[in-house]
Write a protein that binds this ligand. Structure first.
Ligand code: SAM
Length: 276
C-alpha cells in the first residue's frame, strides 16, 4: 500500500492515526460532506433517533472530534424536551408564553439537565470542535476532554449513554476500548456505535470499491492536499470487522442485548448494547 498502514506494528498505529487526524482536522467537515455526498449527516441523525435521549441524559461521545454528535444531541434534547416541558408548564401552571420564554432564557434550564462530554485523543480535532461550538452558539451542557478511548479519564458508572461515531476503527485495541465503554457506563446504560461496515449488496459493493479506491484518495489530494490520510481512511474501513463479528466483540466486552442495524446497504452500521 502507499501509506504502509497494513504493515505498521500495532504499537505504532496510535501515532500514525494521530498524524492523520492532525493533518485533516481543519478540512475534516468539508471532506466528510464531499466524500459521503452529505450522507454522513443523515447517518448521524439516525444515530440520534435511535438514541432518543431522555431529559437529564449524561452522554459521553468518544472520538467526538469536531462535535457532530454532541451538537446533534444538544439540539435533540433542547427541541424535543423543551417543547414538551413548555406545553406542560402552560397547561399546569397557566403561564403565558412570555413567562415561559423568560424561564427558558437560561440555556442550562432548556437542556433539562442533559450533558455531553466530548472525548477525543487529538488536540487539533478538539480545537476545531470548540471553535465550531462557539461559532454556532453551543455552550451549556457541553465539555471537551482530551483522552484515549482505551483508557478513558472518567470514573466507573458515570454515563447513561456512550457513543462513538466513525471512531472505533481508529483505535489500536478495539477490545480495550469496548471494555472502557462498559466500565464508564452506569448499569442500564447504553453503548451506541456508528461505524463503516460490510456492504451486503454485490452491485453496490462493486461501485463502492471503485469509489473508495479510485475517487476518495483523489478527492483527499485535491481538496486537502493529503492523499495518504485518505488512503488510510479507505484501508481502515476495509480492515474493520463485519456487522456480526463486531457484534460478538461487543458481547465479549460484557454488553447485553447487542443488536445492529445496517444503513445504506451496510456501508455503515449502528451497533447497540446495554450494560446490565
Ligand atoms: N465522531 C466524529 C464524526 O463522526 O465526525 C469524528 C470521527 S473521526 C473519523 C475519528 C476521530 O477519532 C478523530 O477525531 C480521532 O482523533 C479520534 N481518535 C482516534 N483514536 C482515538 C482514541 N484512541 N481515543 C479517542 N479518540 C480517538
Amino acid at each position: 500500500t502507499h501509506f504502509g498502514f497494513e504493515t505498521v506494528p500495532e504499537e505504532e498505529k496510535g501515532g500514525k492515526v494521530y498524524q492523520v487526524f492532525e493533518s485533516v482536522a481543519k478540512k475534516y467537515d468539508v471532506m466528510n460532506d464531499m466524500m459521503s455526498l452529505g450522507i454522513h449527516r443523515v447517518w448521524k441523525d439516525l444515530l440520534l433517533w435511535k438514541m432518543r435521549p431522555l431529559p437529564g441524559t449524561q452522554l459521553l461521545d468518544v472520538a467526538g472530534g469536531t462535535g457532530d454528535i454532541a451538537f446533534r444531541f444538544l439540539n435533540y434534547v433542547q427541541s424535543h424536551h423543551q417543547n414538551k416541558q413548555k406545553r406542560q408548564l402552560r397547561a399546569q401552571q397557566n403561564l403565558s408564553w412570555e413567562e415561559i420564554a423568560k424561564k427558558y432564557q437560561n440555556e442550562e434550564d432548556s437542556l433539562g439537565g442533559s450533558r455531553v462530554v466530548v472525548c477525543d485523543i487529538n488536540k487539533e480535532m478538539l480545537k476545531v470542535g470548540k471553535q465550531k461550538a462557539l461559532a454556532q452558539g453551543y455552550r451549556a451542557g457541553l465539555a471537551w476532554v482530551l483522552g484515549d478511548a482505551e483508557e478513558l479519564p472518567f470514573d466507573d458508572d458515570k454515563f447513561d449513554i456512550y457513543t462513538i461515531a466513525f471512531g472505533i476503527r481508529n483505535v489500536t485495541h478495539i477490545d480495550q476500548a469496548l471494555q472502557e465503554a462498559h466500565r464508564v457506563l452506569k448499569p442500564g446504560g447504553r453503548f451506541l456505535c456508528l461505524e463503516f461496515s460490510q456492504v451486503n449488496n454485490p452491485l453496490i459493493s462493486r461501485l463502492y470499491d471503485l469509489y473508495s479506491f479510485q475517487v476518495i484518495p483523489v478527492l483527499g489530494e485535491v481538496i486537502a492536499g493529503d492523499w495518504k490520510s485518505y488512503q488510510y481512511l479507505v484501508e481502515s474501513i476495509r480492515r474493520f470487522p463485519s456487522q456480526e463479528e463486531f457484534k460478538e466483540m461487543i458481547e465479549d466486552a460484557g454488553f447485553h442485548k447487542v443488536t445492529y442495524e445496517s444503513l445504506t446497504s451496510g456501508i455503515v452500521a449502528i451497533h447497540s448494547g446495554f450494560k446490565l
